[in-house]
Design a protein around this ligand. Structure first.
Ligand code: NAD
Length: 291
């Protein structure tokens, strides 16, 4: 510990974070004041992306929101709640053209503007993906789930890249059904596995230019997207009983991690899947087995 403090006192030699985040001993700072974040995935006040907006705003970020047209009126009502929101533009990540629309509109009003942070908090699968046995789900709903929930990260990054500030940080949201089976999650488990692979692939693609991409894997949280998953309340009960912290996480827990990933405090972290799940993913045999 003494050794570490000594090094910190002198200033860390390594990397961007070492130089920028320390204002002296104990001076760890988020350094997000005045940064610009593009946030995709706000549909309601329950959205994980909304909690991320609130925390980024509290840290001094300016926010540009991309909204899906079907949620337009709800999203516009949220404007009053957060002064940090500078603009809204429509986005539909299911196609290249509709993804481009956001960036074209943003740049038309703010020529040459750069983003330091990108939040990709987007997931969708047609209800058939959850309701039918996975073997019998048709191609079209599978393709929709994959393109919106996984491949859209690549699409968003491709359009965002020319407008990213140096050392930018992109954060997506995944779920542990990517690596372990969860009842009813079905095709979304496959999509989240692909999303995590995209995270690693893209992190390695943009990493040499200093940009970072990570995924947060939250435990279950009641939101609009979660409402479509049969048996979701049972999963909430199970996690509350069996996670090391004996509770479920909430949007604010996830937002805290997102702010850290957005900031230079995490400057050495990229291509990672970070669990914010009250520790549930660390358990194989829960304590409750003896009940
Ligand atoms: P939410 O319903 O509030 O957010 C989902 C968002 O995806 C909405 O804003 C919606 O507009 C957007 N979206 C869907 N299709 C889109 C499209 N074609 N183009 C643009 N945007 C589109 O739910 P949430 O739980 O906050 O979900 C955010 C992310 O968190 C998702 O990726 C979800 O899979 C992930 N996640 C959620 C939980 C949970 O339990 N809620 C757990 C782990 C991961």
């Amino acid at each position: 510990m003494m050794h570490i403090l000594h090094r910190v006192g002198k200033g860390l030699e390594a990397g961007v974070a070492g130089e920028s985040m320390l204002g002296g001993i104990g001076g760890f700072m988020l350094e997000l004041e005045g940064k610009t974040a593009l946030v995709f995935g706000v549909a309601s006040e329950e959205s994980i992306a909304w909690a991320i907006c609130e925390q980024l705003a509290a840290a001094g970020c300016k926010l540009i929101l991309g909204f899906q047209k079907r949620f337009m009126s709800r999203v516009f009502q949220l404007k009053e709640k957060l002064d940090a929101i500078e603009a809204f533009y429509p986005i539909d990540v299911s196609t290249n053209e509709l993804t481009a629309e956001f960036f074209t509109e943003w740049q038309a009003e703010n020529h040459g503007a750069k983003a330091d942070i990108v939040i990709h908090a987007i997931g969708f699968a047609p209800q058939e993906c959850f309701d039918r046995p996975i073997l019998f789900v048709e191609n079209e709903p599978i393709n929709t789930a994959m393109t919106v929930s996984a491949h859209s990260l690549q699409r968003v990054m491709r359009h965002a890249l020319p407008h990213l500030a140096p050392n930018s940080s992109t954060i997506t949201l995944t779920y542990a059904a990517s690596t372990r089976w969860v009842p009813h999650y079905g095709v979304m488990g496959v999509a989240k596995a692909a999303l995590e692979a995209w995270t690693r692939e893209l992190a390695n693609h943009v990493g040499p230019d200093g940009h970072r991409i990570n995924a947060i894997s939250p435990g279950p949280i009641p939101t609009l997207a979660a409402g479509g998953i049969p048996g979701f309340d049972d999963i909430l009960d199970h996690v509350e009983r069996n996670s090391p912290l004996r509770r479920n996480v909430n949007q604010k827990d996830v937002a805290g991690c997102a702010v850290w990933l957005a900031s230079p405090l995490s400057s050495g972290v990229t291509g990672q899947i970070i669990h914010v799940d009250a520790g549930y993913s660390s358990v194989m045999v829960p304590d409750s087995i003896s009940d």
